[in-house]
Design a protein around this ligand. Structure first.
Ligand SMILES: NC(=O)c1ccc[n+]([C@@H]2O[C@H](COP(=O)([O-])OP(=O)(O)OC[C@H]3O[C@@H](n4cnc5c(N)ncnc54)[C@H](O)[C@@H]3O)[C@@H](O)[C@H]2O)c1
Ligand SMILES: CC(C)[C@H](C(=O)O)[C@@H](O)C(=O)O
Ligand SMILES: [Mg+2]
Length: 366
Protein backbone atom coordinates (compact mmCIF):
# COMPACT_ATOMS: atom_id res chain seq x y z
CA UNK A 1 0.00 0.00 0.00
CA UNK A 2 1.26 3.50 -0.83
CA UNK A 3 0.07 6.40 1.37
CA UNK A 4 1.07 9.97 2.13
CA UNK A 5 1.02 11.02 5.77
CA UNK A 6 1.28 14.64 6.94
CA UNK A 7 3.43 14.77 10.08
CA UNK A 8 2.89 17.81 12.33
CA UNK A 9 5.23 17.54 15.34
CA UNK A 10 4.24 20.83 17.02
CA UNK A 11 5.72 21.95 20.33
CA UNK A 12 7.23 20.66 23.59
CA UNK A 13 7.32 16.86 23.61
CA UNK A 14 5.36 16.86 20.33
CA UNK A 15 8.49 16.40 18.15
CA UNK A 16 9.88 13.68 20.47
CA UNK A 17 6.74 11.53 20.47
CA UNK A 18 6.06 12.13 16.77
CA UNK A 19 9.59 11.01 15.86
CA UNK A 20 8.93 7.84 17.85
CA UNK A 21 5.67 7.15 16.01
CA UNK A 22 7.35 7.82 12.65
CA UNK A 23 10.11 5.28 13.43
CA UNK A 24 7.46 2.68 14.22
CA UNK A 25 5.58 3.47 10.98
CA UNK A 26 8.83 3.12 9.02
CA UNK A 27 9.46 -0.24 10.62
CA UNK A 28 5.91 -1.36 9.75
CA UNK A 29 6.38 -0.16 6.15
CA UNK A 30 9.54 -2.23 5.80
CA UNK A 31 8.13 -5.32 7.48
CA UNK A 32 4.82 -5.38 5.59
CA UNK A 33 5.96 -3.94 2.24
CA UNK A 34 4.16 -0.58 2.33
CA UNK A 35 5.36 2.84 1.23
CA UNK A 36 4.53 5.72 3.53
CA UNK A 37 5.51 9.16 2.21
CA UNK A 38 5.96 11.31 5.32
CA UNK A 39 5.55 15.07 4.78
CA UNK A 40 6.47 17.24 7.74
CA UNK A 41 4.83 20.64 8.33
CA UNK A 42 4.59 23.25 11.07
CA UNK A 43 1.74 23.79 13.54
CA UNK A 44 1.29 25.50 16.91
CA UNK A 45 3.86 27.71 18.59
CA UNK A 46 6.66 26.66 16.26
CA UNK A 47 4.51 27.76 13.33
CA UNK A 48 3.76 31.07 15.07
CA UNK A 49 7.52 31.65 15.42
CA UNK A 50 8.21 30.74 11.79
CA UNK A 51 5.14 32.02 9.95
CA UNK A 52 3.24 34.19 12.45
CA UNK A 53 0.36 31.77 12.04
CA UNK A 54 -0.38 28.67 14.21
CA UNK A 55 -1.81 26.91 11.12
CA UNK A 56 0.02 28.22 8.02
CA UNK A 57 -1.54 27.82 4.58
CA UNK A 58 1.44 25.67 3.56
CA UNK A 59 0.58 23.20 6.34
CA UNK A 60 -3.05 23.05 5.23
CA UNK A 61 -1.86 22.27 1.69
CA UNK A 62 0.45 19.48 2.89
CA UNK A 63 -2.47 17.97 4.85
CA UNK A 64 -4.90 18.34 1.94
CA UNK A 65 -2.47 16.42 -0.25
CA UNK A 66 -2.16 13.62 2.32
CA UNK A 67 -4.20 10.53 3.18
CA UNK A 68 -4.02 11.13 6.94
CA UNK A 69 -2.42 13.46 9.49
CA UNK A 70 -0.25 12.53 12.46
CA UNK A 71 0.08 15.25 15.09
CA UNK A 72 2.27 15.56 18.20
CA UNK A 73 1.08 18.33 20.53
CA UNK A 74 0.95 22.11 20.64
CA UNK A 75 1.37 24.78 23.29
CA UNK A 76 3.81 26.17 25.82
CA UNK A 77 4.22 29.11 28.19
CA UNK A 78 6.31 30.99 25.62
CA UNK A 79 3.10 31.74 23.71
CA UNK A 80 0.69 32.03 26.67
CA UNK A 81 0.42 35.82 26.42
CA UNK A 82 -0.11 35.84 22.66
CA UNK A 83 -3.42 37.21 21.35
CA UNK A 84 -6.02 34.47 20.71
CA UNK A 85 -5.28 34.13 16.96
CA UNK A 86 -1.56 33.62 17.63
CA UNK A 87 -1.91 30.97 20.33
CA UNK A 88 -0.59 27.49 19.47
CA UNK A 89 -3.90 25.88 20.51
CA UNK A 90 -5.68 27.95 17.85
CA UNK A 91 -3.73 25.99 15.21
CA UNK A 92 -5.14 22.74 16.56
CA UNK A 93 -8.71 24.06 16.72
CA UNK A 94 -8.39 25.47 13.20
CA UNK A 95 -7.10 22.26 11.66
CA UNK A 96 -9.92 20.24 13.29
CA UNK A 97 -12.45 22.74 11.93
CA UNK A 98 -10.84 23.07 8.49
CA UNK A 99 -11.02 19.32 7.87
CA UNK A 100 -14.42 18.95 9.63
CA UNK A 101 -12.98 16.35 12.01
CA UNK A 102 -16.09 16.26 14.16
CA UNK A 103 -15.59 12.92 15.89
CA UNK A 104 -12.79 12.52 18.40
CA UNK A 105 -12.46 8.87 19.33
CA UNK A 106 -10.54 8.21 22.53
CA UNK A 107 -10.31 4.55 23.57
CA UNK A 108 -9.57 3.90 27.23
CA UNK A 109 -8.54 0.34 27.87
CA UNK A 110 -6.83 -1.38 30.77
CA UNK A 111 -3.18 -2.10 30.10
CA UNK A 112 -2.30 -5.40 31.76
CA UNK A 113 1.29 -4.44 32.63
CA UNK A 114 0.25 -1.13 34.18
CA UNK A 115 -2.56 -2.19 36.48
CA UNK A 116 -0.30 -1.36 39.42
CA UNK A 117 0.00 2.26 38.21
CA UNK A 118 -3.77 2.77 38.19
CA UNK A 119 -5.27 4.45 41.26
CA UNK A 120 -8.16 1.97 41.02
CA UNK A 121 -8.31 -1.48 42.58
CA UNK A 122 -6.69 -3.95 40.19
CA UNK A 123 -9.87 -6.03 39.84
CA UNK A 124 -11.72 -2.90 38.69
CA UNK A 125 -8.93 -1.45 36.56
CA UNK A 126 -8.32 -4.69 34.66
CA UNK A 127 -11.85 -4.72 33.22
CA UNK A 128 -11.89 -1.16 31.91
CA UNK A 129 -12.62 -1.10 28.18
CA UNK A 130 -14.47 1.96 26.94
CA UNK A 131 -14.44 4.51 24.15
CA UNK A 132 -15.03 8.21 24.62
CA UNK A 133 -16.64 9.76 21.54
CA UNK A 134 -16.16 13.50 21.87
CA UNK A 135 -17.76 16.10 19.57
CA UNK A 136 -14.79 18.12 18.31
CA UNK A 137 -15.79 20.96 16.00
CA UNK A 138 -18.51 22.83 17.86
CA UNK A 139 -19.70 23.80 21.34
CA UNK A 140 -18.01 26.24 23.67
CA UNK A 141 -14.71 26.07 21.74
CA UNK A 142 -16.18 27.58 18.58
CA UNK A 143 -19.44 29.40 19.47
CA UNK A 144 -19.76 33.09 18.58
CA UNK A 145 -19.64 35.64 20.12
CA UNK A 146 -16.33 34.90 21.80
CA UNK A 147 -14.87 38.10 23.14
CA UNK A 148 -13.57 39.97 26.13
CA UNK A 149 -13.24 43.42 27.53
CA UNK A 150 -11.47 44.63 30.64
CA UNK A 151 -14.45 43.80 32.85
CA UNK A 152 -16.11 40.81 31.24
CA UNK A 153 -15.58 37.86 28.91
CA UNK A 154 -17.95 35.81 26.76
CA UNK A 155 -17.81 32.28 25.37
CA UNK A 156 -20.85 30.91 23.62
CA UNK A 157 -22.15 27.36 23.78
CA UNK A 158 -24.09 26.48 20.62
CA UNK A 159 -25.05 23.10 19.18
CA UNK A 160 -27.21 22.50 16.15
CA UNK A 161 -29.42 19.44 15.76
CA UNK A 162 -27.29 18.29 12.79
CA UNK A 163 -24.06 18.51 14.77
CA UNK A 164 -25.52 16.40 17.55
CA UNK A 165 -27.06 13.88 15.15
CA UNK A 166 -23.82 13.06 13.39
CA UNK A 167 -21.78 12.56 16.57
CA UNK A 168 -24.38 10.41 18.32
CA UNK A 169 -24.77 8.33 15.14
CA UNK A 170 -21.00 7.78 15.23
CA UNK A 171 -21.28 6.60 18.84
CA UNK A 172 -24.14 4.22 17.98
CA UNK A 173 -22.11 2.73 15.13
CA UNK A 174 -19.11 2.16 17.39
CA UNK A 175 -21.31 0.64 20.12
CA UNK A 176 -22.66 -1.86 17.58
CA UNK A 177 -19.14 -3.22 17.10
CA UNK A 178 -18.65 -3.51 20.86
CA UNK A 179 -20.87 -4.32 23.87
CA UNK A 180 -23.84 -2.39 22.47
CA UNK A 181 -24.23 0.35 25.06
CA UNK A 182 -24.05 4.14 24.70
CA UNK A 183 -23.92 6.46 27.70
CA UNK A 184 -24.74 10.00 26.66
CA UNK A 185 -23.22 12.61 28.96
CA UNK A 186 -24.83 16.03 29.32
CA UNK A 187 -25.92 18.70 31.76
CA UNK A 188 -29.60 18.60 30.78
CA UNK A 189 -30.68 19.80 34.23
CA UNK A 190 -29.17 23.22 33.41
CA UNK A 191 -28.07 23.73 29.81
CA UNK A 192 -30.36 24.26 26.79
CA UNK A 193 -27.74 22.68 24.49
CA UNK A 194 -27.86 19.58 26.69
CA UNK A 195 -31.65 19.44 26.55
CA UNK A 196 -31.44 19.45 22.76
CA UNK A 197 -28.63 16.86 22.96
CA UNK A 198 -30.87 14.54 25.03
CA UNK A 199 -33.81 15.04 22.66
CA UNK A 200 -31.68 14.14 19.64
CA UNK A 201 -30.32 11.09 21.47
CA UNK A 202 -33.88 9.92 22.13
CA UNK A 203 -34.82 10.40 18.46
CA UNK A 204 -31.74 8.74 17.01
CA UNK A 205 -31.87 5.73 19.35
CA UNK A 206 -34.97 4.48 17.52
CA UNK A 207 -32.71 3.78 14.53
CA UNK A 208 -30.49 1.57 16.73
CA UNK A 209 -32.89 -0.69 18.67
CA UNK A 210 -30.01 -3.11 19.30
CA UNK A 211 -28.08 -0.51 21.32
CA UNK A 212 -28.81 0.20 24.98
CA UNK A 213 -28.94 3.91 25.82
CA UNK A 214 -28.26 5.58 29.13
CA UNK A 215 -28.23 9.31 29.96
CA UNK A 216 -25.93 10.62 32.64
CA UNK A 217 -25.23 14.10 33.97
CA UNK A 218 -21.62 15.12 33.54
CA UNK A 219 -20.92 15.69 37.22
CA UNK A 220 -22.04 12.23 38.24
CA UNK A 221 -20.28 10.77 35.17
CA UNK A 222 -17.03 12.27 36.46
CA UNK A 223 -17.58 10.41 39.71
CA UNK A 224 -18.68 7.15 38.08
CA UNK A 225 -15.60 7.17 35.86
CA UNK A 226 -13.41 6.82 38.91
CA UNK A 227 -15.64 4.64 41.09
CA UNK A 228 -16.82 2.15 38.45
CA UNK A 229 -15.53 2.75 34.91
CA UNK A 230 -16.65 -0.78 34.00
CA UNK A 231 -20.17 0.66 33.67
CA UNK A 232 -19.15 2.39 30.42
CA UNK A 233 -18.90 0.94 26.93
CA UNK A 234 -19.23 3.94 24.60
CA UNK A 235 -19.51 7.38 26.12
CA UNK A 236 -20.71 10.18 23.83
CA UNK A 237 -20.49 13.81 24.80
CA UNK A 238 -19.96 17.40 23.71
CA UNK A 239 -16.60 19.04 23.12
CA UNK A 240 -15.72 20.49 26.53
CA UNK A 241 -17.08 17.65 28.68
CA UNK A 242 -15.22 15.15 26.48
CA UNK A 243 -11.96 17.04 26.87
CA UNK A 244 -12.16 16.94 30.64
CA UNK A 245 -13.49 13.41 31.03
CA UNK A 246 -10.84 11.93 28.75
CA UNK A 247 -7.94 13.34 30.79
CA UNK A 248 -9.69 11.99 33.87
CA UNK A 249 -10.09 8.59 32.22
CA UNK A 250 -6.39 8.49 31.35
CA UNK A 251 -5.38 7.93 34.96
CA UNK A 252 -7.26 4.64 34.90
CA UNK A 253 -4.84 3.28 32.31
CA UNK A 254 -1.82 4.43 34.30
CA UNK A 255 -0.81 7.64 32.52
CA UNK A 256 -1.95 10.34 30.15
CA UNK A 257 1.08 9.29 28.11
CA UNK A 258 -0.73 6.08 27.14
CA UNK A 259 -3.93 7.50 25.62
CA UNK A 260 -4.22 7.69 21.80
CA UNK A 261 -6.94 9.37 19.80
CA UNK A 262 -8.40 9.69 16.32
CA UNK A 263 -10.15 12.84 15.10
CA UNK A 264 -12.14 11.76 12.09
CA UNK A 265 -14.92 12.63 9.69
CA UNK A 266 -17.35 10.36 7.89
CA UNK A 267 -15.20 9.52 4.83
CA UNK A 268 -12.39 7.96 6.89
CA UNK A 269 -9.95 10.87 6.63
CA UNK A 270 -8.50 11.64 10.02
CA UNK A 271 -5.98 13.36 12.23
CA UNK A 272 -4.34 11.11 14.79
CA UNK A 273 -3.03 12.65 17.97
CA UNK A 274 -2.16 11.65 21.50
CA UNK A 275 -4.66 12.92 24.10
CA UNK A 276 -1.87 14.58 26.08
CA UNK A 277 -0.40 18.03 25.52
CA UNK A 278 3.10 19.38 24.92
CA UNK A 279 4.18 18.62 28.54
CA UNK A 280 6.63 21.55 28.83
CA UNK A 281 7.75 20.25 32.25
CA UNK A 282 9.50 17.25 30.67
CA UNK A 283 10.18 18.48 27.10
CA UNK A 284 13.64 17.87 25.69
CA UNK A 285 14.68 15.50 28.49
CA UNK A 286 13.99 12.15 26.83
CA UNK A 287 11.30 11.45 29.44
CA UNK A 288 8.17 11.62 27.27
CA UNK A 289 6.12 8.47 26.97
CA UNK A 290 5.74 7.94 23.21
CA UNK A 291 3.05 5.23 23.62
CA UNK A 292 0.07 7.53 23.04
CA UNK A 293 1.61 8.81 19.79
CA UNK A 294 2.61 5.30 18.65
CA UNK A 295 -0.86 3.94 19.46
CA UNK A 296 -2.39 6.92 17.60
CA UNK A 297 -0.36 5.88 14.55
CA UNK A 298 -1.83 2.39 14.96
CA UNK A 299 -5.33 3.91 15.01
CA UNK A 300 -4.43 5.71 11.77
CA UNK A 301 -3.43 2.45 10.07
CA UNK A 302 -6.69 0.81 11.18
CA UNK A 303 -9.18 3.66 10.61
CA UNK A 304 -7.84 5.50 7.60
CA UNK A 305 -5.95 2.74 5.77
CA UNK A 306 -7.76 -0.45 6.87
CA UNK A 307 -4.44 -2.04 7.90
CA UNK A 308 -5.79 -4.06 10.82
CA UNK A 309 -2.96 -6.58 11.17
CA UNK A 310 -0.32 -3.86 11.16
CA UNK A 311 -2.25 -1.80 13.74
CA UNK A 312 -2.63 -4.80 16.03
CA UNK A 313 1.07 -5.59 15.64
CA UNK A 314 1.98 -2.10 16.88
CA UNK A 315 -0.40 -2.35 19.83
CA UNK A 316 0.98 -5.77 20.69
CA UNK A 317 4.57 -4.52 20.49
CA UNK A 318 3.89 -1.63 22.90
CA UNK A 319 2.15 -4.00 25.32
CA UNK A 320 5.02 -6.48 24.92
CA UNK A 321 7.66 -3.93 25.96
CA UNK A 322 5.57 -2.91 28.98
CA UNK A 323 5.04 -6.59 29.86
CA UNK A 324 8.81 -7.03 29.78
CA UNK A 325 8.99 -4.41 32.52
CA UNK A 326 10.21 -1.40 30.53
CA UNK A 327 8.57 2.00 30.29
CA UNK A 328 9.11 5.73 30.66
CA UNK A 329 9.11 7.30 34.14
CA UNK A 330 5.41 8.19 34.12
CA UNK A 331 4.39 4.53 34.08
CA UNK A 332 7.24 2.82 35.96
CA UNK A 333 6.40 4.32 39.30
CA UNK A 334 8.51 2.00 41.43
CA UNK A 335 11.62 3.30 39.69
CA UNK A 336 12.59 0.00 38.06
CA UNK A 337 12.75 -0.51 34.29
CA UNK A 338 12.68 3.20 33.45
CA UNK A 339 13.94 3.87 29.93
CA UNK A 340 14.20 7.00 27.79
CA UNK A 341 11.77 7.84 24.99
CA UNK A 342 14.35 6.71 22.44
CA UNK A 343 15.13 3.43 24.20
CA UNK A 344 11.43 2.64 24.54
CA UNK A 345 10.95 3.07 20.79
CA UNK A 346 13.96 0.89 20.03
CA UNK A 347 12.41 -1.80 22.20
CA UNK A 348 9.02 -1.45 20.48
CA UNK A 349 10.70 -1.89 17.10
CA UNK A 350 12.67 -4.93 18.33
CA UNK A 351 9.39 -6.37 19.60
CA UNK A 352 7.77 -5.72 16.20
CA UNK A 353 10.58 -7.62 14.53
CA UNK A 354 10.15 -10.62 16.82
CA UNK A 355 7.44 -13.19 16.33
CA UNK A 356 4.53 -11.76 18.29
CA UNK A 357 2.85 -13.76 21.00
CA UNK A 358 -0.71 -14.56 19.93
CA UNK A 359 -2.34 -13.39 23.17
CA UNK A 360 -1.02 -9.90 22.44
CA UNK A 361 -2.74 -9.83 19.08
CA UNK A 362 -6.00 -9.88 21.01
CA UNK A 363 -5.09 -6.51 22.44
CA UNK A 364 -6.65 -4.08 19.99
CA UNK A 365 -7.96 -0.60 20.41
CA UNK A 366 -11.10 0.38 18.46
N1 LIG B 1 -3.49 18.00 21.72
C1 LIG B 1 -2.68 18.95 22.16
O1 LIG B 1 -1.86 19.46 21.42
C2 LIG B 1 -2.80 19.40 23.57
C3 LIG B 1 -3.53 18.68 24.51
C4 LIG B 1 -3.55 19.12 25.83
C5 LIG B 1 -2.84 20.27 26.20
N2 LIG B 1 -2.14 20.95 25.25
C6 LIG B 1 -1.30 22.11 25.58
O2 LIG B 1 -0.11 21.59 26.20
C7 LIG B 1 0.41 22.55 27.13
C8 LIG B 1 0.65 21.90 28.46
O3 LIG B 1 -0.60 21.53 29.03
P1 LIG B 1 -0.77 20.69 30.37
O4 LIG B 1 0.52 20.69 31.13
O5 LIG B 1 -1.99 21.14 31.01
O6 LIG B 1 -1.09 19.21 29.86
P2 LIG B 1 -0.11 18.07 29.33
O7 LIG B 1 -0.95 16.98 28.82
O8 LIG B 1 0.89 18.63 28.40
O9 LIG B 1 0.66 17.57 30.65
C9 LIG B 1 -0.02 17.19 31.85
C10 LIG B 1 0.93 16.33 32.72
O10 LIG B 1 1.07 15.05 32.11
C11 LIG B 1 2.42 14.78 31.80
N3 LIG B 1 2.47 14.16 30.47
C12 LIG B 1 1.73 14.51 29.39
N4 LIG B 1 2.06 13.76 28.34
C13 LIG B 1 3.03 12.92 28.76
C14 LIG B 1 3.79 11.90 28.11
N5 LIG B 1 3.62 11.59 26.81
N6 LIG B 1 4.72 11.25 28.83
C15 LIG B 1 4.90 11.54 30.14
N7 LIG B 1 4.22 12.48 30.81
C16 LIG B 1 3.29 13.16 30.12
C17 LIG B 1 3.13 16.12 31.80
O11 LIG B 1 4.50 15.99 32.10
C18 LIG B 1 2.34 16.90 32.83
O12 LIG B 1 2.84 16.64 34.11
C19 LIG B 1 -0.62 23.70 27.15
O13 LIG B 1 -0.15 24.72 26.33
C20 LIG B 1 -1.88 23.07 26.60
O14 LIG B 1 -2.73 23.99 25.95
C21 LIG B 1 -2.09 20.54 23.95
C1 LIG C 1 -5.02 22.00 23.42
C2 LIG C 1 -6.50 21.96 23.49
C3 LIG C 1 -7.08 22.96 22.55
C4 LIG C 1 -7.07 20.57 23.24
C5 LIG C 1 -8.58 20.55 23.43
O1 LIG C 1 -9.08 21.10 24.42
O2 LIG C 1 -9.26 19.99 22.57
C6 LIG C 1 -6.52 19.44 24.11
O3 LIG C 1 -6.76 19.63 25.46
C7 LIG C 1 -7.04 18.10 23.63
O4 LIG C 1 -7.62 17.38 24.44
O5 LIG C 1 -6.85 17.76 22.46
MG1 LIG D 1 -7.48 17.88 26.43
Amino acid sequence: MEKTIAVLPGDGIGPEVTEAAVKVLQSIAMRYGHTFHLKQAAIGGTAVDQFENPLPQETIEVCEASDAILLGAVGGSKWDRNPAHLRPEKGLLNIRKHFDLFANIRPVKAIPALLGSSPLKQEVAKEVDMVIVRELTSGLYFGEPKQRSEEAAVDTLVYTRKEIERIVDQAFEIARTRRGKVTSIDKANVLETSKLWREVMEERMTAYPDVEVEHMLVDSAAMKLITDPRAFDVMVTENMFGDILSDEASVITGSLGMLPSASVRSDGFGLYEPVHGSAPDIAGQGKANPSAAILSAAMMLRHSFGLHTEASAIEAAVMGVLDDGYGTGDVMRNGKGIVSTEKFVTKVIEELERELVSEHIMYAYV
